[in-house]
Design a protein around this ligand. Structure first.
Ligand SMILES: [Fe+2]
Length: 310
C-alpha cells in the first residue's frame, strides 16, 4: 500500500496537485493507479515530486493514464531506440545552434506561447508527461493554465461570441509566423535546428479543426484555444474571424497571468497534464544555457477534432 501526500500546486488554484510517495514498485498497485487517474481527472495537472529520474519511471507514470502514443512527427528526436521507451521524445536546446526569439528587449531560447499539443492533428492526445534532464540556472519554466478557469475568466461578450466556433490549426513551428497573442516586439531571431524538417514533413497536410469551447463528461465547459498554430476560424471571413480570435487569444494571455501555475523544474519531478483541458507554455531562458526535456505522449481522443476537407 502506498501512502500518497497530495497538496495544491499553489494555494488558491483549482488546477494541479503535488503528489509525493509514488515509486516504480508502488505503481504496480491497481488501487494507487485508480487513485491517480481520479486525481488527474479532477485537478488536470499532477506534479510528481521526489521520483526516480529515469525513462523507465517516466514510462511507468505515463501508462497510468493511458497507452503511450508515438509522436506524430518523424523529424522529432527520440530518446533511445528500444521498444520499452516508445514515444519518449527529446526537446533539447543546444546553445550553439538552438532556436532564439526576441521578446521586447530580451533574447530567449525555448520560449513557447500558450498552446495545447497536437492541435494540428484530428486526434488530441489525452496527456503528456514531462521531465527535465538538463535544467538551466534560470528560466525554462513550464506554465499551465486551466481551460475551465479560462472559460469563466474571459469577458461575457467574448465567451458568447466564441462558443460554437471552430478554430483552424496548422503545424507551424516557425515562431516568426505566430499570428495570435504575439508579444509586443516579438521576432524569431533563429529557428530551431528541427523546425524546417518538421515544416517539410507537414507541408501537404490539411488543416485541423477543433471546437473553441467543449463540454467535459463531468459538465464543465472548457475554453480550449491554442494561440500557437491557430490560423483562423472556420467558416468566417478573415475580418470577422481574425478579430474574434485575436480578442480571445489576448484575453487568454491576460487571464493566464493570474490563473497559471509555472513549474520550476528539479531533476526528480515529473508532470502530467490533461491536454484536452489545460494549455501550456514555456517561459524562455538565456540562449547560452543548455536545457533538455523528455516528454511522452499518452494516447486517447476527445473525439471532437477533424481535418478540414480539401
Ligand atoms: Fe507543448
Amino acid at each position: 500500500m502506498t501512502d500518497l501526500t497530495v497538496q495544491p500546486a499553489r494555494e488558491g488554484l483549482d488546477l494541479g496537485a503535488r503528489v509525493r510517495g509514488v515509486t516504480l514498485a508502488g505503481l504496480a498497485d491497481e488501487g494507487l493507479r485508480t487513485e491517480l487517474v481520479a486525481l488527474f481527472e479532477e485537478r488536470g495537472l499532477l506534479i510528481f515530486e521526489g521520483v526516480e529520474p529515469s525513462s523507465e519511471m517516466q514510462v511507468a507514470i505515463s501508462t497510468v493514464f493511458g497507452p503511450l502514443k508515438d509522436h506524430p512527427s518523424k523529424a522529432t528526436p527520440r530518446v533511445g531506440d528500444g521498444d520499452d521507451l516508445l514515444g519518449v521524445i527529446e526537446i533539447r536546446h543546444d546553445p550553439a545552434k538552438g532556436g532564439m526569439v526576441q521578446v521586447g528587449d530580451q533574447l530567449l531560447s525555448q520560449w513557447l506561447p500558450w498552446h495545447f499539443d497536437h492541435c494540428y492533428n484530428d486526434e488530441l492526445n489525452r496527456a503528456g508527461v514531462l521531465r527535465s534532464v538538463e535544467i538551466p540556472s534560470e528560466g525554462g519554466r513550464t506554465g499551465f493554465v486551466d481551460g475551465i478557469a479560462l472559460y469563466d475568466a474571459v469577458s461575457p461578450d467574448i465567451r458568447e461570441r466564441i462558443e460554437g466556433e471552430t478554430v483552424r490549426y496548422a503545424m507551424d513551428v516557425i515562431l516568426e509566423n505566430l499570428e495570435y497573442a504575439r508579444p509586443d516586439g516579438f521576432t524569431e531571431v533563429r529557428q530551431s535546428a528541427q523546425a524546417q524538417g518538421v515544416m517539410d514533413e507537414y507541408a501537404d497536410r490539411p488543416l485541423a479543426l477543433h471546437p473553441a469551447v467543449w463540454t467535459r463528461d463531468t459538465g464543465e465547459k472548457v475554453l480550449h484555444v491554442s494561440p500557437w498554430m491557430a490560423k483562423g476560424i472556420a467558416g468566417r471571413s478573415a475580418e470577422e474571424g481574425d478579430g474574434l480570435l485575436h480578442a480571445v487569444c489576448d484575453e487568454i494571455v491576460a487571464a493566464a497571468r493570474d490563473l497559471s501555475y509555472f513549474h520550476q523544474w528539479t531533476p526528480t519531478d515529473m508532470v502530467v497534464w490533461d491536454n484536452w483541458r489545460v494549455l501550456h507554455s514555456v517561459s524562455g531562458m538565456p540562449p547560452d544555457q543548455p536545457r533538455c526535456m523528455h516528454r511522452t505522449t499518452i494516447a486517447g481522443d476527445y473525439g471532437l477534432g477533424r481535418f478540414e476537407a480539401v
